[in-house]
Design a protein around this ligand. Sequence first.
Ligand code: GLY
Length: 253
Amino acid sequence: MFTKAILRKPGRSLVKGLRSSDLGTPDHSLALRQHASYVEALWQCGLETIVLEADEDYPDSVFIEDVALLTPCCAVITRPGAESRRGEIYEMKKVLGEHYEQIYEIEKPGTIEAGDIMMVGKHFFIGISERTNIEGARQMISFLESNGMAGSTIDLEKVLHLKTGVAYLENNNLLACSEFLKRKEFSSFNIIDVDPAESYAANCIWVNDNVLVPSGYPITRQRIKDAGYKTIEVDVSEFRKLDGGLSCLSLRF
Ligand code: GLY
């Protein structure tokens, strides 16, 4: 179970965030309202939230999940593969120092963004992507192993981050879009298949037996309900314009 989450408000510079699609420019006022609704959804799941002020120097810093991996016994500050995001880590070091005694840091030439890391109990799947390299994964796995945990890598084909396409919902249930339906690494999970027309909804988050689902994806929401979960819809349309999803917007621990 999680008890807390760290988030960062979106700044006005959000409009300059990295993006691979042409879904338009995010509306800052709407993004702020959507962010506030997301915080409320985490409250509904019983979490205490720590909301950092916007950092205008880093347009993508609202996607706070990418800059740290939080585990039950240690935290790891990442080294983002996107150069424009590297400086996001400095404030995280201060913030995490208030919550963790053991904090590691990924070093050059390693790169890793925690959107590429999916926690399944004590095992962490790490996507090798344009943002996360083998050396970053190697360093991460060594930190995990020295704390009684484990990790393994999985090559990504199409998605930006591993959790763009797959979400672990606990109880051996894995929500997965097409790229991951037949992967041997995930063959032991019960797969909840995301319809290709709703592939964005593969990025859901499990929070204390609730599943947060992006608004506007009814087939996926129903499949998650049918698997026995209570769902909470959250509109993240403005973050989607920057390839961001529900998981990217918080660090849950
Ligand atoms: N815009 C989110 C990212 O590319 O990191």
